[in-house]
Design a protein around this ligand. Structure first.
Ligand code: C2E
Ligand code: MG
Ligand code: MG
Ligand code: MG
Length: 279
């Protein structure tokens, strides 16, 4: 099945991978060693309580800085890491680093800050995740209540029953579960019933036009109402304008995240933000 030749930018790699562009093959080879070469770091983006303007939490967002490739977006490398099975080690590092950071901030800056961590679908159903979380809680001395895990519906969809089982266990430990990118997937509403979620993060696509498009505003308003009835807290993603904040506040949206409040920043910058923030 190998067509033409390698110069055509296609390369036979392995059966599982099928055909990858040369760029992807290169990326995979770098990604393979990225954890041991310390090429990952985390940025933190503020999550604001829209009712009182205070800082509620920080979402940890992964960054990869490779000497040859430069800074690569997680949108590009995370799907590859999932396919190649590197995601387990990478996210193990993410979880540990984020929890240790949270522990440091709890002690010296901001005791009530929640730390929010993205987790890939493959990892949710992987063996040993629960044990890994328990061990990290012990090691860092953090309480489960101080942590939120963000999952996407596309991630859990592939392994619905197994994911529900594990997410239930995690929730029972006291960790909060957030459904990320809500509204971008398929039959969103059914997941609200099936999944043990505490929060829903309304995707940026929903929020983008709420100050100009009546339809979008109506949809957001009623989703928030529905979620409140289901006892699920709402985080609006991608807030960039004051008007959006005002509308969301008016509809009693609980939390907001977006460039208006702060972009993802280094731990040092986040510490400065913790001293000053009130919106
Ligand atoms: P996400 O979890 O939905 O994270 C929010 C993304 O939106 C971030 O992009 C953030 O920088 C961006 N964003 C936040 N506010 C605004 C805004 O006001 N305007 C605009 N235009 N964008 C905004 P980022 O950091 O590039 O991350 C992209 C995605 O990569 C994340 O989406 C998440 O799904 C994934 N990701 C990042 N770190 C991890 C990780 O450790 N594990 C997994 N599985 N996925 C991760
Ligand atoms: Mg997220
Ligand atoms: Mg999100
Ligand atoms: Mg998103």
């Amino acid at each position: 099945l190998v067509k033409k030749d390698l110069k055509d930018n296609y390369c036979f790699y392995s059966q599982e991978l099928q055909y990858k562009s040369l760029e992807q093959v290169k990326m995979i080879n770098h990604l393979r060693r990225a954890t041991e070469n310390n090429e990952f770091y985390l940025l933190y983006q503020p999550i604001i309580d829209l009712q009182n303007g205070k800082l509620m939490g920080a979402e940890a967002l992964l960054r990869w800085d490779n000497p040859e490739l430069g800074i690569v977006s997680p949108v590009k490398f995370i799907p590859l890491a999932e396919k190649m099975g590197f995601i387990y080690d990478i996210e193990k590092w993410v979880l540990k680093t984020a929890l240790m950071q949270k522990r440091e901030w709890r002690d010296k800056n901001y005791p009530n800050l929640k730390i929010s961590i993205n987790i890939s679908g493959k990892r949710i159903v992987s063996a040993g995740l629960i044990r890994e979380i328990r061990e990290l809680l012990q090691e860092t001395g953090l309480k489960a209540e101080e942590i939120q895990l963000e999952v996407t519906e596309t991630a859990v969809m592939k392994n619905m029953d197994a994911s529900i089982k594990i997410l239930n266990e995690i929730k029972n430990m006291g960790i909060q579960i957030a459904l990320d990118d809500f509204g971008t997937g398929y039959s969103s509403l059914t997941y609200l019933k099936k999944l043990p979620i505490d929060l829903v993060k309304l995707d940026r696509e929903f929020i983008k036009n709420i100050s100009t498009a009546n339809n979008d505003r109506l949809i957001v308003e009623h989703i928030i109402k529905l979620l409140q009835k289901l006892n699920i807290k709402v985080v609006a993603e991608g807030i960039e304008q004051e008007e959006q904040t005002a509308i969301l506040r008016g509809h009693h949206c609980d939390y907001g995240q977006g460039y208006l409040f702060g972009k993802p920043v280094s731990k040092e910058e986040f510490e400065r933000l913790m001293l000053s923030v009130s919106f």
